[in-house]
Design a protein around this ligand. Structure first.
Ligand code: SF4
Length: 1005
């Protein structure tokens, strides 16, 4: 696992205003200040100063928003004092509310967002929804809107009855339906805990805080002598009520209303003045007006953006000690934008020595980040993992599956195959088939079990020994450990997961935990994936730990059921001290309270940023918030107020995002017909390029000359090979020593001398030519050469089906069989063709039966036209140096006594009528049979046509065929094989060895 980094302690020289704020006592104090003005630092110092003066740290409470933020504040204070604290000094409002309720004898559980949405989805059918909503109620969007509506209502102290009454008063029909749902939801949550075997009170975040606020009216006043609140602008009504109930006179509140980023989560920046008035009346206010964070350029831009607020914030003065930079660039498409961003970060890292963790990319919404994430990974830039739904993480899934199977004490074939092909199984599809064959051959007779049953038994009991059984034994050992842990009465989900995780080994016999750790530390694309997987595993353990603490008596299976039910990603759980050196991709919300030297604000597009769509527009959670504030406004005016509020909110998000940069700020957007930069981008562009006329089309940036390791290595190699450059050679040597992929000449396959310049077949020798090979050779010589020298998969099921159908066609003419008996024979022995079970195998068998039927139909259709003469007729002959041996599926006799060639095809795709006229295989067959041939046909048996699909060829010109074969044979036995791009390249088995395909190019340097 990743180790915690030591946290550095900063030393500051404080301004007079800051000193005043730190030494302020015994009266409420409101500190306001823009980004980087040191509000949080002042709060930390205020706490430490009180402790140093002898105040008991347990009488100080620091409140903030977000678990990470609380953890950072705790660390920052703990590092400066040796005093012991009984409870965490810095907490979120939710953590405080939880501990208040527990202290009062309640047993609450805070429902996480995913859990709450899971409950909503389960209950949504229990209410009669208006017709207009019916189609939407099972969508994720509706679930989220419903959750938001209930949260916003709760935060404002509304009950389901209030929602219903307001729905009637304001003609919000959906609120009436939602209020009914809300009532049943609250009732069901109380009952639902029967599932977990013990009574608990499940509350959402807003209910939790309100409940605590009610409790504190009596008991909690004066519990804390000092309360310091950071980021107060993010608070909602419930949190303000709680604060009011517990606040003493020694209260310090820090805020910047222009940086509110959590309005969508209930933050109420518009109600700040009212909330602060009570404290202000008996206290003091201090404005911190210096920006210590931003460089001169960033500061100037911030001021310009701040001027756009309807009521502009106080101008800050800059304490910048560096000029910094603000850049705005537009791109032709997302790929160019992403490559440019990756290049900028790479250069900042390599040329200016910035750590990866000193850079971040901020998007308006997480859905925008995939192109940049891929570009960073391509550049081998370590990037923070993406939050995933746990059950959807492919690396985590086998661990969950193994745990569930161990709890159940049984396996089905599908699960067994997933486990065998997982990282701890290490099998691929070929070895799975081999395992099954070996088990069937050795044990099926003795035990009477099928292949599938044998595999499951081998994993559960570990009884069977076969030569290819390494994967089976690994999975069995792990299953055994997991099953024994699951059976222990005292086991919690965390114990079971740990038993699996700490024993899981890969096919190199290395612990998977160690393999992932090593991979994560190596960086690059695979390192980033390993990082993401480790994050997901941590998340899983954290969820298991929380579950174990909450439901001590619940059965193990319930935890895994809950994880499967969860459909959205949970919270980030790592604290700052554990953040690795990676670039983070964030939203303004997740970037809150943090800073980076270089910040890219990307995807500033029309319709995306600002996104002026009213939030929760279906059920009206935004209208609810505005309605609570403006009970007397007419509906149409309320809509306008809500729209204006959204516009200001978007500007606040942009302001908060750009204010995270301390040195350099890059703002990017795409500029093409269907995707235009937004007004925010234009604003930034104008700021950066005051001389450019925005009406005239501004220049669009293309990402070229990029500084990726692959690009640099490729340029140096070209320079070395073309110009014999000594500098290029020296740089490549240095890069190779630093472990840069592709820099070491040992990796340059293409630079090695040709191992032989002799022809593939010596001049004196005949050249073997197969009739089907000629056509392939004409299409692409390289593919023919590689495939006919081992570059082809072994027998696939499709090839085996082809062989079987040809054999059955032959038998149909030589023994006493009919269609029914052949179908019976085929289906009874299908296991020999495909030992797999399941629908894929059943579908293949169905296809084979259909082909057989079509063969019989073909025979019937020939009645009176041609008669059967011979099947599987063998020929061997020479044309020049070509030595040809072939077997012809079927030879028939026409009514006028001539011979006719038939070749059965079992593949899906047919050649064109035109191509059939010169098809080499039919030509060679006709040549082999002799001059008395009336023609040839390919008959396609796997084609969904009523009749048979055929491709026909007229009698050949034997001289022309001879010339063609001789010519082709000489080239087949020659020294060079051309790669020829063609329509079948997409299906080519050897594309990874092909110089004209990207995936094969590296092989040739
Ligand atoms: S990818 Fe295309 S050109 Fe390359 S070897 Fe395969 S068929 Fe030939």
């Amino acid at each position: 696992m990743l180790k915690r980094r030591p946290i550095s302690v900063n030393t500051y020289s404080f301004t007079e205003a800051q000193k005043l704020a730190i030494s302020h006592r015994n009266k409420p104090l409101i500190i306001t200040g823009g980004p980087g003005s040191g509000k949080t630092t002042v709060l930390i110092e205020a706490a430490i100063a009180r402790i140093n003066e002898g105040q008991d740290p347990n009488s100080i409470l620091v409140l903030t928003f977000g678990r990470e933020r609380a953890s950072e504040l705790r660390d920052a204070i703990a590092l400066r004092t040796s005093q012991t604290m009984l409870e965490p000094l810095a907490r979120t409002f939710h953590a405080l509310a939880h501990s208040i309720l527990k202290a009062e004898g309640h047993n609450p559980i805070l429902l996480s967002g995913p859990e709450q949405e899971g409950w909503i989805r389960q209950l949504v059918d229990g209410v009669e929804w208006p017709k207009e909503l019916q189609a939407a109620i099972h969508t994720r969007g509706f679930t989220r809107e419903l959750r938001d509506l209930m949260l916003r209502a709760t935060e404002r102290g509304w009950t389901p009855e209030d929602l219903e009454k307001n729905g009637q008063t304001y003609k919000e029909e959906f609120w009436i339906a939602a209020s009914k749902f809300w009532k049943s939801y609250i009732g069901t949550l109380i009952l639902a805990d029967a599932d977990h075997g013990e009574p608990k009170e499940r509350l959402d975040s807003a209910q939790l805080v309100w409940r605590a606020a009610h409790v504190t009216r009596n008991a909690f006043k004066n519990q804390f002598k000092t309360i310091l609140v950071d980021e107060f602008q993010e608070s909602d009504k419930a949190q303000r009520a709680l604060l009011e109930n517990i606040a003493t006179d020694d209260l310090v509140i820090a805020l910047d209303q222009y940086s509110t980023v959590g309005r969508f989560r209930g933050a109420d920046p518009d109600g700040l003045a009212e909330a602060l008035a009570k404290f202000q009346a008996k206290g003091d206010a201090i404005q911190l007006s210096e920006n210590f964070r931003a460089s001169s350029a960033v500061h100037l831009f911030l001021e310009k953006v701040a001027g756009e607020f309807p009521k502009a914030p106080e101008i800050q003065s800059s304490s910048a000690n560096n000029a910094g930079l603000v850049v705005a660039e537009r791109f032709i498409d997302g790929a160019n934008e992403a490559a440019f961003i990756a290049d900028k970060l790479q250069r900042a890292h390599l040329e200016r020595g910035l750590k990866w963790s000193e850079m971040a990319v901020i998007f308006r919404s997480p859905a925008q980040n995939s192109a940049v994430r891929s570009a960073l990974m391509r550049y081998a830039i370590p990037v923070a993992g993406e939050l995933q739904v746990l059950s959807e993480n492919a690396s985590i899934a086998p661990f969950l599956l193994l745990a569930e199977s161990a709890i159940a004490g049984k396996l089905d074939l599908n699960t067994a195959e997933i486990l065998l092909s997982s990282e701890f199984g290490g099998a691929d599809s070929i070895s799975l088939r081999r395992i099954r064959r070996e088990l069937v051959t050795k044990y099926s007779g003795k035990t009477g079990l099928t292949g599938s049953e044998l595999i499951c038994q081998a994993i559960i009991n570990g009884e069977y020994e076969i030569p290819s059984g390494a994967s089976l034994s690994r999975v069995h050992l792990l299953f055994d450990i997991a099953e024994r842990t699951a059976k222990k009465k005292s086991s919690q989900p965390e114990d079971l997961l740990w038993a699996i995780w700490s024993n899981a080994k890969n096919s190199d016999n290395e612990l998977i935990s160690e393999a992932w750790r090593k991979q994560a530390l190596k960086g690059g694309v695979r390192g980033a994936n390993a990082d993401r997987d480790l994050d997901a595993m941590l998340q899983l353990f954290e969820s298991a730990r929380r579950f174990g603490q909450r439901f001590k008596r619940s059965d193990l299976a319930q935890f895994f059921k809950d994880i499967r039910k969860s459909e959205i990603a949970g919270d980030v759980i790592t604290a700052k001290g554990q953040r690795p050196d990676v670039v983070e991709l964030l939203t303004p919300f997740s970037a809150k309270g943090r800073e980076w030297k270089l910040v890219v604000v990307a995807g500033v597009q029309e319709g995306i940023w600002p996104n002026l769509r009213i939030r929760g527009s279906l059920l009206g959670s935004e209208r609810l918030a505005e309605r609570d504030r403006n009970p007397d406004l007419a509906a149409i005016e309320l809509e306008l107020v809500a729209k204006a509020a959204v516009a200001v909110d978007e500007l606040r998000l942009f302001y908060a995002a750009i204010s995270r940069a301390s040195q350099e700020l890059i703002i990017t957007a795409i500029d093409r017909e269907e995707d235009q930069p937004s007004t925010y981008f234009d604003f930034a562009y104008e700021f950066c390029n005051p001389e450019v006329d925005l009406e005239a089309k501004p220049e669009i940036c293309r990402a070229d000359n990029l500084l990726s390791a692959a690009n640099v290595v490729s340029k140096l190699r070209k320079d070395l090979l073309k110009n014999n450059s000594k500098e290029a050679a020296a740089t490549l040597k240095a890069l190779a020593e630093a472990g840069i992929t592709g820099a070491n000449p040992n990796d340059w396959y293409g630079i090695k001398p040709i191992s032989s310049d002799q022809p593939a077949v010596a001049d004196s020798q005949p050249i073997k030519v197969s009739p089907s090979g000629v056509e392939k050779f004409d299409e692409c010589q390289l593919r023919w050469f590689l495939e006919s020298h081992g570059g082809q998969d072994g027998n696939t099921t499709a090839q085996l089906i082809g062989t079987v159908i040809h054999k059955f066609a032959e038998l149909a003419e030589s023994s006493e069989v009919n269609l029914d008996s052949q179908i019976e024979l085929l289906t009874a022995n299908w296991k020999l063709v495909d030992p797999e079970t399941g629908w894929i195998s059943r579908t293949s068998m169905g296809r084979a039966v259909l082909m057989l039927k079509r063969f019989y139909k073909y025979r019937e259709s020939m009645a009176g036209k041609r008669t059967f003469k011979e099947s599987e007729a063998s020929y061997k002959f020479n044309i020049g140096r070509a030595l040809i041996s072939c077997k012809i599926d079927r030879i028939e006799t026409t009514v006028d006594g001539k011979l006719y060639i038939v070749d059965f095809k079992t593949g899906k795709s047919a050649i064109s009528v035109e191509d059939a006229k010169t098809d080499a295989q039919m030509q060679i067959y006709q040549y082999a049979v002799g001059p008395d041939v009336a023609g040839a046909s390919l008959v396609y048996l796997d084609h969904d046509l009523k009749g048979n699909k055929t491709r026909d060829q007229l009698p050949i010109d034997r001289k022309a065929v001879e010339a063609r074969i001789e010519r082709t044979a000489v080239m087949m036995g020659g020294k060079r094989y051309l790669a020829v791009k063609n329509s079948n390249c997409q299906f080519c088995n050897v594309a990874t060895s092909c110089p004209i395909q990207i995936e094969g190019r590296g092989l040739y340097g």
